[in-house]
Design a protein around this ligand. Structure first.
Ligand code: UDP
Length: 242
């Protein structure tokens, strides 16, 4: 990145740079991986590139289905141009199958297919360890109007409907995922962040006897190895399909 593009923000997996056009930003995907609120850290060469390519394809697919997103274009293999948005500090998690923190915090067994998608909302705050939050607390904190929150939940359900089918086509089960939304300069709500195996659980449907094979960040969280191979396989299947 040349120095006329100022670093605006550096997160755990991405860097955000200014763009000549003030309404846009440049997003660089890093090779760093973190889990458990950054207690576990590693670097995987090529992860940034894979997540950038996968996210770009998924954003394009969603835009074609009339989902408003921040994505504008791929700049090169590990950077994309996006609309500048003010991120709402909420992590919207949608679950189709029980796994991860849902099973650690309840007595729901891992692998149970949920009767209807479950939406869990977390406050995006590393110092507080991203706590699970309620609608009433969101209202109390004045984070956004309940009308906008309902809109975001509705959009998340629509995105799930589209992506579940999309991934089924490439023999992947969409177990759960995390989304972030933000406001553009005209106060429109847009889907932001990324959609990649870093923030989706994707299980391989090409397996016999219902064996769970994770092709996502669980390979790192649970020390399964083969993270780059798994992400490359997802990228390969997406490119074959689109
Ligand atoms: N997730 C994420 N960022 C977070 C927490 C969760 O992208 O800070 C994603 C995660 O990859 C998974 C889904 O949200 O696809 C649900 O994660 P869960 O709450 O089960 O937490 P985890 O098991 O990751 O601790």
């Amino acid at each position: 990145m040349n120095n006329k593009h100022e670093l605006i923000y550096e997160g755990k997996a991405k860097k955000i740079f200014s763009h000549d056009d003030e309404s846009k930003v440049i997003i660089e995907f890093k090779d760093d991986a973190t889990a458990f609120n950054a207690l576990k850290k590693a670097k995987f060469e090529g992860k940034g590139k894979l997540n950038c390519l996968i996210s770009s394809k998924i954003f394009e697919y969603l835009i074609n289905k009339n989902i408003p997103t921040h994505f504008l274009e791929l700049r090169n293999e590990n950077t994309m141009i996006a609309k500048k948005i003010n991120i709402i500090p909420l992590e919207i998690v949608l679950r189709n199958i029980a796994y991860g923190s849902l099973c650690k915090q309840t007595n729901i067994k891992p692998g149970i297919v949920l009767e209807k998608p479950l939406i869990d909302i977390y406050l995006k705050n590393d110092e507080l360890n991203d706590p699970l939050i309620t609608k009433d607390r969101i209202e109390l904190m004045n984070l956004l109007s309940l009308k906008d929150l309902d809109y975001i939940i509705d959009l998340t359900l629509k995105i799930n409907f589209i992506l579940k089918r999309f991934f089924k086509n490439i023999k992947l089960e969409l177990v759960d995922f995390k989304l972030e939304f933000g406001y553009d300069s005209k106060n429109n709500i847009l889907l932001g962040d990324e959609i990649s195996p870093d923030n989706c659980r994707l299980w391989d449907l090409n397996q016999k006897n219902d064996t769970i094979v994770s092709l996502d960040k669980d390979r790192f969280r649970n020390d399964l190895g083969g993270l780059i191979e798994a992400y490359s396989e997802i990228n390969r299947r997406i490119n074959e399909f689109i």
